[in-house]
Ligand binder design. Structure first.
Ligand code: PLP
Length: 457
């Protein structure tokens, strides 16, 4: 029985919130699913239903929901000092401590941090820093950024322009097309028939180099990529791809920006995936989400010593580095991030993900026995499931978005939350998931797909 307060919230939400990524047609009718409470691996909706959170909120609740310690840390920091401005020469203790901790955890010499409010603002900051860096080097034309089709980098104007998912752009004005260019994503499932992974990788690297030539090497500043493409469908690149793209960047004096907003903080069993799993050390690493496990918003753009040393001098006599956000290094968010990192370390979560992640991937392979499942792929706690009409031709199901959302609804009825994205189902559970809960997730997805198949017969 829904509490009256919740009914009011449902109505207020429908009347006043401009919901992200929402189909207004169905929203007008259905409104929102009100989630009221969360604990460990579960959330509880307003009707009292317990749901296993298969998507960690939105790729972010890495340590699980409702941790008392996080609440206490946040409350203590509010009482000690909830805010003071970070501009000029003023700082706060948690921001400084977190900066040192991030430098310790990050690969290579990514020793400097620019804080923001989430993944989009951290990517915007990365682009602004790249442009500023090349200006400081006197390379004023080196401004173009190469991104990838289907990459997701956020929803602020520049981050949305870096994003290569066309569905996120319908109807919106496009900016940045003069300096942002997209190359193909690395999608092993969609690679041309008859090609080996290595041939496909060669093709992608050649395409990248050709684009640099076309844009003019003196004009191209950076490449941005997620180690594993998340919202674009959990696409894992062919072996060696990132390292080779990195080497091309270096050959053309470009910077490599790793968007680790999803892959950072343990989702792939490492603090960060770039160097540990793919063997390259980015010049800039962007993180958010798992940095605070969603207990409070925070984003961070980590930059190398070389970039810092180039930008950390006056542009002109008396000039200052005039790029700053009110909430740069917010003390409450930074204190939460420090506690979150401490919990991941203390509970050995990276080791746990190195065991439970392969278990999830292995169990999910059973879904390939279903006639509409074309591909199951991912790594550790990132899993993507493609629904197709025909496995041989990989042709999409008619109204495929409805197929994925039917499976999503079937999972909710089974007490499990998954994420439908286009014709795909995506899973990204909290790092604390057990093997039994992996079985529960995959069982719910299998049952819901079977129900969907039954409706088609
Ligand atoms: N980068 C990646 C890889 C993401 O997946 C996201 C969000 O899902 C973002 C950036 C944007 O982050 P935010 O929504 O916190 O602005």
């Amino acid at each position: 029985m829904t509490a009256p307060g919740t009914q009011t919230a449902w109505a207020q939400d429908r009347a006043h919130l401009v919901h992200p990524y929402t189909d207004f047609a169905t929203f007008a009718e259905d409104g929102s699913h009100v989630i009221e409470r969360a604990e460990d691996m579960h959330v509880f909706d307003a009707d009292g239903n317990q749901l296993l959170d298969g998507i960690a909120g939105l790729w972010c609740v890495n340590i699980g929901h409702g941790r008392q310690e996080m609440a206490e840390t946040i409350a203590k920091q509010v009482m000690d000092m909830q805010y003071y401005n970070p501009f000029g020469h003023s700082t706060n203790v948690p921001a400084a401590q977190l900066g040192a901790k991030l430098a310790e955890l990050a690969p290579g010499d990514l020793n400097h941090v620019y804080y923001s409010c989430g993944g989009s603002t951290a990517n915007d900051a990365a682009v602004r820093l790249v442009h500023y860096y090349f200006d400081m080097k006197g390379q004023h034309r080196k401004k173009k950024i190469i991104s990838r089709q289907n990459g997701y980098h956020g929803a602020t104007y520049v981050a949305a322009s870096l994003t290569g998912i066309h569905g996120t752009k319908y109807g919106f004005d496009r900016i940045g097309e003069d300096f942002i260019s997209h190359v193909s994503e690395a999608n092993l499932y969609a690679k041309p028939q008859g090609w080996s992974d290595a041939e496909y990788c060669d093709y992608l690297v050649r395409e990248f180099e050709a684009r640099i030539q076309q844009l003019g090497p003196d004009n191209v500043a950076a490449f941005i990529a997620e180690p594993i493409m998340g919202a674009g469908g959990v696409l894992v690149a062919p072996t060696g791809y990132h390292k080779r793209m990195y080497e091309v960047c270096k050959a053309y004096g470009m910077l490599y920006i790793a968007d680790e907003v999803v892959t950072g903080f343990g989702r792939l069993g490492e603090w960060f995936a770039s160097e540990a799993l793919y063997g390259y050390t980015p010049d800039i690493l962007v993180c958010a989400k798992g940095l605070t496990s969603g207990y409070i918003p925070l984003g961070a753009t980590l930059i190398s010593d070389e970039i810092y040393n180039t930008i950390a001098r006056p542009q002109c006599e008396g000039g200052v580095f005039s790029m700053g956000l009110t909430y740069f290094g917010h003390p409450v968010a930074c204190a939460a991030a420090l506690k979150n990192i401490e919990i991941i370390e203390r509970e050995g979560m990276l080791d746990h993900v190195r065991t439970v992640g392969p278990y999830l991937q292995e169990s999910a392979q059973s879904l390939l026995n279903l006639p509409v499942v074309g591909d199951v792929r991912g790594s550790h706690l990132m899993l993507g499931i493609d629904l197709v009409a025909d496995k041989a031709s990989k042709s999409p199901i008619e109204l495929s978005e409805q197929a994925a959302s039917t499976v999503f609804k079937g999972c909710v009825e089974r007490g499990v939350i998954v994420r439908p994205v286009g014709d795909r189902i995506i899973l990204s559970p909290p790092l604390i998931i057990s093997q039994d809960q992996c079985d529960e997730l995959i069982g719910a997805v299998a049952g819901s797909i079977q129900d969907f198949i039954a409706t088609q017969e």
